[in-house]
Design a protein around this ligand. Structure first.
Ligand SMILES: Cc1cc2nc3c(=O)[nH]c(=O)nc-3n(C[C@H](O)[C@H](O)[C@H](O)COP(=O)(O)O)c2cc1C
Length: 188
């Protein structure tokens, strides 16, 4: 079983999402010793913005990123909120995996996801709170976007969230502890 582990935080050792994705991968590999995990650091080794020449149909590097995703059984994604959405480094990766005819297709019945069957676990980390019903809910374009993207290709992601990271050290500690506990409790 193949696991693809993606991080996109620019914060290095201080990153919350990196700490949580590491805990998720540790949990899954402990529960499934047969897992072969590959780590892709989208901040340290960024994928360029998509261009016409860089479309997966035309570019071997983009095609390899798509194949890496298609070949994974489990995908673990660290997704910090930067300016209300995903880091542009993560967007560049998504631009390589949403490919008509590969991960979705348009039919007379509308769009159809073709990547169902994969398990996707997303660790989101946000400085503030964006819960439904709060005044900041309309600014939430991180989790809503990722749920829409993976839903479009046929996947319902599992999401582990650490919220209120920027409010203060106490909030941060509670949020990180909660996320790490959720990671440690993941089903195998
Ligand atoms: C460049 C930058 C932009 C950010 N923008 C937001 C934001 O729009 N909303 C928010 O709630 N927090 C924002 N934050 C706070 C981060 O979401 C928070 O620190 C989170 O822990 C980031 O995940 P990381 O620690 O894995 O990098 C921002 C942080 C940085 C560094």
């Amino acid at each position: 079983m193949k696991l693809l582990h993606l991080d996109s935080s620019i914060m290095g050792e201080a990153s919350v999402s990196r700490e949580v994705t590491a805990a998720i991968v540790a949990r899954l590999t402990a529960e499934n010793p047969g897992i072969v995990a590959a780590h892709r650091d989208l901040a340290a080794d960024p994928i360029p913005h998509l261009t016409l020449a860089g479309l997966p149909a035309a570019d071997a590097g983009s095609r390899a990123l798509l194949d890496e995703f298609l070949g994974a059984d489990i995908v673990v994604i660290g997704a910090p909120m930067y300016n209300f959405t995903i880091p542009s480094q993560l967007k560049a990766w998504i631009d390589r995996i949403l490919v008509a005819g590969e991960t979705f297709r348009y039919s007379e019945a509308g769009p159809e996801g073709l990547a169902g069957g994969k398990r996707v676990i997303v660790a989101v980390s946000r400085g503030g709170h964006y819960a439904p019903g709060t005044p900041t809910e309309p600014l939430e374009h991180l989790e809503t976007y990722l749920r829409a993207v993976f839903g479009f290709i046929g996947i319902v992601p599992q999401v582990i969230a650490a919220d209120g990271i920027a409010i203060g050290p106490d909030n941060r500690a509670v949020a990180v502890t909660g996320a790490l506990e959720a990671a440690a409790a993941l089903a195998a």
